[in-house]
Design a protein around this ligand. Structure first.
Ligand code: HEC
Ligand code: HEC
Length: 252
């Protein structure tokens, strides 16, 4: 057993630049890829990418033995003669999935927080989270709905949202500011095209503006969410995380 270990360690050290070492993927690509992976791959491969025999998608050695281009090709064309289906992802989407798998292989899955979900729930209710977020039937549509956040984010991603909210803002969570007739309205962007902007304003109203009539239209770089790094001690952060991780959208 010891020999095997030493051998594996040598491989890791002397192998030609692994996939992970070649690329430093932007966080937004990793986050996007995670969404694609959970929606389209985890059903067969599992959240940790290790459910299909002989295919360990988040294992550094498995990934290191393949180039990014090879992985993208497999994702696009599937493995003929097996249940691994072809897909119609764009090159960028497939690359995002590779970015996600690479990130997982490097960081390991965010360890489940060992806090107390009931205490976490109480904290979420008293710290004003529901002024901006919906959980089940409670809360507000101003920020993203958290009812199933435990299905779509890893623990480490959730921790970052709480301590450094601006670090990664997903495209669907963007905020906009428009100025119309001298009045400034800020809200969550639902969608926009060449003609109109749809948003939810801070009073939770759905608002639509004709772009032609706007004095200004700006997508905000900063997250409107306050950072909770100073307001939660380590134990409380674990409590909140264990509650968020437990939210899987099963509320009727
Ligand atoms: C319907 C089930 C299913 C789905 C969905 C699926 N896979 Fe697979 N995948 C498999 C199976 C089964 C294999 C093993 C094929 C074989 O025997 O070689 C495989 C193999 C692979 C391989 C290994 C190919 C190699 O180089 O050996 C990769 C990489 C992979 N899948 C990635 C993905 C990704 C990424 C997604 C989502 C976009 C995905 N798969 C979706 C079933 C699936
Ligand atoms: C003033 C409004 C506001 C408050 C208060 C607030 N948030 Fe947020 N939150 C947002 C907005 C807006 C976003 C989306 C932008 C971003 O990702 O930073 C967000 C993002 C998040 C995300 C990431 C969502 C995703 O889809 O990845 C989590 C998790 C989260 N908030 C949890 C919390 C928790 C828990 C609390 C209370 C401790 C809280 N928020 C308090 C506005 C708020």
């Amino acid at each position: 057993m010891k020999h095997v270990f030493a051998f594996v360690a040598c491989l890791a050290v002397f192998a030609p630049a692994s996939l992970a070492a070649q690329h430093d993927y932007p966080e937004i690509e990793v986050a996007r890829g995670g969404q694609f992976f959970r929606g389209n791959c985890a059903g067969c491969h599992g959240q940790d990418g290790d459910l299909v025999d002989g295919v360990r998608l988040t294992d550094p050695q498995f990934l290191g033995a393949r180039t990014e281009a090879q992985l993208i090709a497999v994702i696009m064309s599937g493995v003929p003669g097996t249940t691994m289906p072809p897909s119609n992802y764009s090159d960028l989407q497939a690359r995002n999935i590779v970015a996600y798998l690479t990130d997982l292989s490097e960081t390991g899955r965010g360890a489940p927080a060992d806090g107390d979900p009931a205490r976490g729930r109480a904290l979420v209710e008293t710290m004003g989270c529901l002024n901006c977020h919906a959980i089940g039937r409670d809360g507000s549509p101003v920020g993203p709905d958290l009812s199933a956040i435990g299905l779509v984010r890893r623990t480490d991603e959730l921790a970052e949202s709480l301590t450094d909210p601006g670090a990664v803002i997903l495209p669907e969570n963007r905020y906009v500011r428009v100025v119309a007739g001298g009045v400034t309205v800020t809200g969550r962007l639902l969608n926009h095209d060449r003609v109109t902007v749809h948003m939810i304003d801070s009073g939770e109203r759905l608002r639509t503006f004709a772009k032609a009539g706007l004095d200004a239209f700006e997508i905000l770089e900063e997250s409107p969410m306050p950072a909770f790094a100073d307001r939660l001690d380590a134990g409380q952060l674990d409590d909140v995380l264990s509650y968020l991780v437990s939210l899987k959208g099963s509320t009727p």
